[in-house]
Design a protein around this ligand. Structure first.
Ligand SMILES: Cc1cc2nc3c(=O)[nH]c(=O)nc-3n(C[C@H](O)[C@H](O)[C@H](O)COP(=O)(O)OP(=O)(O)OC[C@H]3O[C@@H](n4cnc5c(N)ncnc54)[C@H](O)[C@@H]3O)c2cc1C
Length: 381
């Protein structure tokens, strides 16, 4: 479904060109990359050359916008690449690491990290979550202490998308442990700094995402690596959650739509009792139910996107869209496995990957339980 009142003809032209790139250069390689559990790092250069990282950033920092709707189009099309590991890796770079440096960085920091990252010459990651603190951001333990004009960072991060191969990581650390959420500060840490170590983590899905566990031991960074004011980190994280969760919802809808097409194609191809399984009434109804949920998810998401691009603060709408679409995407993937029968359980068929990949939706970027907390609080509960 298109949204003529939301996207312009320029956006639709951009969609065609991103889709052509995704089909030819990502989707065509998805199976091989999944088998390798990684994808070529040069793909960041390729995406950067095509300008697909820069849509929501202005030209003076190396972007081609700012146009949040164009960036939404890129996100939707990346989500159709057949591997959530690849799309999340590109997304964590474009929408997490780069967005933090853009929103809270100085002109020098833009020149040092953001512009090369938009060209795909540097790969970025965001490191907030820790082994003992995920939903409870204020509970992080990583500590940054002043030492002259430098900071010394000690701590650990985990589940960090791109964490195992990033060139720089935006790290959240406590600079004033007594101040609770007001004591968190962000730093950009180059991953070749002594004391920084990362290793890959094996996961159920998102296997090409180079997700990493990070150890920071006596990592010395200059004050010029501090992103924003001391103590402003928690507020920065909360501010950026709006876009992070919105792009997750956009990705869930586009991914669910692709999984639906996969399921439908199989259901019309596979026969049992003398007819395609998709022609049994029970499956016709289940496809009708899936299609309805996808459209409902898209309507919620586009409503939040419209509000966001109008400069409103759609905290409730984004949380609703993120929660609902991630649950729809997993439901559709589960139905996709079911309609495949035994083949749905086989690693040679992509249905299992859609199922494994989509299970992350209700967990990453704020769990469904946390989304309900956010939504409930907006109603004064
Ligand atoms: C593949 C993957 C990629 C990720 N990428 C990144 C990344 O790039 N950068 C980054 O910083 N983080 C990343 N994360 C971390 C992700 O954001 C967290 O996993 C998520 O926020 C949940 O935190 P947690 O895992 O610590 O779970 P916990 O916070 O320990 O939660 C455990 C359970 O308790 C529930 N719970 C917690 N608090 C409440 C509450 N108040 N009310 C009700 N229920 C509650 C949760 O919903 C959950 O079901 C990634 C995670 C994964 C799995």
């Amino acid at each position: 479904m298109s949204a003529p009142d939301l996207f312009t003809s320029d956006h639709e032209e951009l969609r065609r060109s991103v889709r052509a790139f995704v089909e030819k250069e990502l989707l065509a390689n998805a199976e091989a990359w999944e088998a390798d559990e990684s994808f070529p790092r040069e793909m960041f250069r390729r995406v950067g050359e095509l300008g697909f990282f820069g849509m929501k950033y202005p030209e003076d920092v190396g972007g081609s916008g700012p146009d949040a709707l164009a960036d939404a189009v890129v996100t939707e099309e990346f989500a159709r690449c057949g591997s959530a590991g690849v799309s999340s890796s590109l997304g964590a770079h474009k929408d997490l690491a780069c967005l933090y440096v853009y929103n809270f960085g100085t002109a020098e920091q833009h020149a040092r990290w953001l512009s090369p990252a938009l060209e795909g010459r540097l790969v970025g990651a965001l490191g907030v979550t820790e082994p003992d603190a995920g939903s409870d951001v204020a509970g992080i333990m990583t500590r940054a202490r002043r030492d002259g004009n430098d900071w010394i960072i000690d701590g650990a991060k985990t589940f960090i998308t791109n964490g195992a191969w990033a060139d720089f990581v935006v790290v959240a650390a406590k600079t004033d442990p007594e101040a609770g959420h007001k004591g968190i500060t962000l730093f950009v840490v180059d991953t070749d700094t002594p004391g920084f170590e990362a290793r890959r983590i094996r996961m159920l899905g998102w296997r090409t995402g180079n997700t990493g566990e990070i150890s920071l031991q006596g990592v010395r960074v200059p004050d010029s690596a501090r992103l924003g004011d001391e103590g402003s980190g928690f507020y920065a994280i909360m501010q950026n959650f709006a876009w992070e969760r919105l792009i997750m919802a956009l990705g869930q809808v586009a991914g669910a739509e692709r999984t639906y097409e996969l399921a439908k194609s199989y259901a019309l191809d596979r026969s049992a009792f003398g007819r395609p399984v998709g022609k049994f009434q029970v499956w016709r109804h289940r496809f009708a139910d899936m299609a309805t949920r996808i459209e409902a998810g898209r309507a919620l998401t586009y409503n939040a996107l419209r509000m966001y691009s109008n400069g409103e603060d759609p905290i409730r709408e984004v949380a609703m869209a993120k929660m609902y679409t991630s649950e729809v995407a997993f439901h559709v993937a589960d139905e996709c496995v079911q309609v495949h029968g035994g083949y749905g359980y086989m690693m040679e068929f992509p249905a299992q990957r859609a199922w494994r990949d989509s299970r992350l939706g209700p967990i990453g970027g704020g769990t469904s339980e946390i989304m309900k907390e956010v939504i409930g609080k907006t109603y004064g509960l």
